[in-house]
Write a protein that binds this ligand. Structure first.
Ligand SMILES: NC(=O)c1ccc[n+]([C@@H]2O[C@H](COP(=O)([O-])OP(=O)(O)OC[C@H]3O[C@@H](n4cnc5c(N)ncnc54)[C@H](O)[C@@H]3O)[C@@H](O)[C@H]2O)c1
Length: 310
């Protein structure tokens, strides 16, 4: 199969591409704004460009993808507060450009990365795809708009689509410097001999999912025979474990993995962080037959080793 992966030099994208190249023709489109050239796979064609570049349709026409996995995004909540216009341009208009380019070349399916951030402060736990969506930061707003744009551009077009709402993804190749995610930030600190800082009281919860499980979900969605999309929220799928874990419990699970037995430090809570998060993965299980299978204590092993080896 011919597959375009936007954001293929990033954390999730590169983990996906390293598996895809074993069986498919892959083209990575990435401007390397938060991704790394070290993540690029020689077995994939690479186009270093912004998805907002007017030449995007030419790249699509040249490669003629059957499936497009759209992971390129402005991924940082902090950056979305600092520059909401750029956040909106990349996440919303970038998704529109990718959807239009995919449609123009007759691609069969577009899978687009969305986020738990679309829900905001949860109305219920675990969150379902039909739960209230009230994002509490510009990143969540742009990810929700991107879902709507994807559905607007592709509904009734003959190109199937789905917005995959990832919970908190962690694993090797995650960048701890930008948004990073708390697992990457903790692992980087521990690997550098520093004491990690927990923002807030540590009782806040997240739904941590190993990147290998997310890659599994994407592979399953790529191969799925029936249509995944539909109108509006019908095209959204939680890709998550459904398990709520406190940041304190994460710290306690990571400590023995890293051989660090002192307590972590505490800092003040961060703007735009929700208190609780867990996403119900039942729809992905029902429709795709996919379930996360890597427990946190297992996924933290290769994750910490990757940071320690750098
Ligand atoms: N990591 C998580 O926990 C998580 C959770 C929910 C959703 N997501 C979403 O998953 C996707 C991948 O996230 P990630 O964690 O791998 O982030 P990442 O920053 O590692 O990857 C994003 C990639 O997109 C590229 N990119 C950014 N803007 C671009 C542009 N305008 N044109 C071309 N390329 C561009 C970056 O260089 C980077 O390689 C994103 O859409 C993100 O919003 C991630």
């Amino acid at each position: 199969m011919r597959i375009i992966v936007t954001g293929g030099a990033g954390f999730i994208g590169s983990n996906l591409v390293h598996v895809l190249v074993q069986a498919h023709d892959v083209c990575v489109i990435d401007d390397l704004s938060s991704g790394s050239p070290d993540n690029l796979h020689p077995g994939a064609v690479t186009r270093t460009m912004d998805i907002l570049d007017s030449r995007l349709p030419e790249v699509f026409a040249e490669f003629a993808p059957e499936v497009v996995v759209h992971l390129a995004a402005q991924p940082s909540v902090a950056a979305s507060f600092a520059d909401p216009e750029r956040d909106r341009a990349v996440n919303v208009e970038g998704t529109r450009a990718v959807a239009r380019a995919a449609r123009a070349v007759g691609a069969r399916r577009v899978l687009s990365a969305s986020s738990a951030a679309v829900y905001g402060e949860p109305a219920e736990i675990p969150l379902r795809e039909g739960s209230r969506t009230e994002p509490v930061n510009p990143y969540g707003v742009s990810k929700l708009s991107a879902e709507e744009v994807l559905a607007d551009e592709l509904a009734d077009s003959g190109c199937d689509f789905a917005s995959l709402r990832f919970s908190n993804v962690y694993g090797p190749r995650q960048d701890a410097t930008g948004e990073g995610g708390v697992v990457a930030v903790f692992c980087q600190a521990l690997a550098g001999g520093e004491t990690p800082v927990i923002y807030g009281d540590g009782i806040q919860t997240r739904d941590f999912i190993f990147v290998g499980d997310v890659v599994g979900a994407l592979l399953t969605a790529i191969a799925h025979e029936e249509a995944l999309g539909g109108q509006g929220a019908a095209g959204a799928y939680n890709i998550s474990t459904g398990t709520e874990t406190t940041v304190q419990a994460l710290a306690d699970t990571l400590r023995p993995v890293a051989g660090f037995f002192a307590p972590f430090e505490y800092g003040s809570e961060r703007e735009g962080d929700v208190r609780r998060s867990a996403l119900d993965p039942a729809k992905a299980a029902d429709v795709l037959g996919w379930r996360a299978s890597v427990p946190l204590a297992t996924g933290l092993g290769p994750t910490f080793r990757w940071f320690a080896q750098r």
